[in-house]
Design a protein around this ligand. Structure first.
Ligand code: SF4
Ligand code: SF4
Length: 370
């Protein structure tokens, strides 16, 4: 296989520590511990390697990246390497003392997640009292400092009714972009799927609300909308195709083609502690396994969309079918699509069970963080 082009972006998961407990968190159930986190020197080396490889952007994520005291040093390093820097944060630890060094370091953009517009429900969903108020304060600080702001609104059956208010709130906060991110079912979200999955009618209503808002707010607010693909006819091109655009590095240094890929137990992911990033990107077995189209079986192999959606999501095929090489069951051409749809319809029609919050204590066989 010929060498891949450069990645577009590096998603740097600096830590899995987070004060919140969102039941849809995309982190794996087995959260990594603080003693295994990469140190500043290794992150700086890896950031330089990503820039040399041709990446244009770096997204500092987690967990909550603000728990790392070296965040500003890493942002400064990325900025000096010519990368566009984005901080993905819950923002409950954000204040003017954290803002000043980050701005000085060259931070370009901040993405703040909101759980709801109703404060009590937002705090209940996050499992963190008083969080919503802090997030709004942080969003205003970001805009006051002249930094670009995206609001990431994670929507599901327990807040979707307030989508119009969420759009108004993003506008009021001065965001340039709103991501209406309906939950995707990996990691903790897969565990909490019956508590989160909306009905097909609720999803259709949200699509109409977003379409109308896009028209009304043209030139003022860009709205991205991710819909739950359980109700789709064709899958999305997950991560723009396996190992085509993104590199995700976990807190301990494992290099993944997407944040959910550790759910595929047959793949062995390599570490930046052991091998240069460029070699992992270009030649590691896990990245090569589903890159391109040669790995595909029918119906993808002869499908005209195989270079468009790349067969959908490998992690979803693994989670639902137990086989990562299958066609994503979100595709109506998959022989397993009806099963996925039936599951979504049954779970969304039933009473939602209580959340299993994303906490070290709720992770399977996980000791508390060191
Ligand atoms: S989704 Fe919630 S729990 Fe997970 S890292 Fe983000 S803020 Fe923390
Ligand atoms: S059959 Fe495969 S390539 Fe064709 S639309 Fe479905 S997932 Fe995409």
């Amino acid at each position: 296989m010929s060498a891949p082009g450069p990645p577009l972006a590096l998603l740097a998961e600096l830590t899995h520590r987070c004060p919140l407990g969102c039941p849809y968190c995309s982190n794996p159930l087995s959260l990594e511990r603080v003693r295994d986190e990469l140190d500043t020197t290794i992150w700086q080396r890896v950031i330089g390697e990503a820039a040399a490889l041709g990446a244009l952007q770096i997204h500092f994520s987690g967990g909550e990246p603000l728990v790392r005291a070296d965040l500003a040093a890493l942002v400064a390093h990325a900025h000096a390497a010519g990368l566009y820097t984005n901080l993905i944060t819950s923002a409950v630890l954000f204040d003017h003392r954290r803002l000043a060094p980050l701005k000085h370091a060259g931070l370009d953009h901040v993405q703040i997640s909101l759980q709801d517009t109703a404060p009590d429900n937002a705090d209940r969903i996050a499992g963190y009292a008083g969080g919503h108020r802090k997030k709004l304060e942080a969003a205003r600080l970001v805009r006051g400092a002249g930094l670009a702001l995206t609001i990431n609104a994670v929507m599901h059956r327990q807040n979707l009714a307030r989508l119009p208010e969420m759009i108004d709130l993003a506008l009021e906060l001065g965001a340039g972009r709103l991501e209406v991110a309906q939950v995707q079912y990996y990691g903790w979200a897969l565990r909490n799927r019956p508590s989160l999955i909306p009905t097909r009618a609720e999803v259709a209503a949200a699509v109409a609300i977003v379409a109308a808002a896009r028209e009304r707010l043209k030139g003022r607010l860009v709205i991205d909308h991710v819909v739950p693909d359980y109700y789709a006819k064709r899958p999305k091109a997950c991560m723009g195709g396996w190992a085509r655009q993104f590199i995700n590095i976990t807190p301990s240094g494992l290099v993944l083609p997407c944040h959910a890929a550790q759910g595929i137990p047959t793949l062995r992911f390599e570490s930046v502690r052991e091998r240069p990033l460029a070699e992992i990107w270009e030649r590691s077995e896990a990245f090569e396994r589903f890159r391109g189209t040669a790995w595909m079986a029918e119906p993808c192999r002869s499908c005209e969309r195989r270079e468009i959606d790349f067969g959908g999501c490998r992690c979803q095929a693994m989670a639902i079918l137990g086989e990562a090489g299958e066609t994503d069951p979100a595709c109506a051409l998959s022989p397993h699509h009806a099963r996925l749809l039936a599951l979504a319809e049954a779970e969304s029609a039933a009473e939602p069970p209580s959340f299993t919050y994303r906490r070290y204590a709720n992770a399977p066989s996980e000791p508390a963080p060191a």
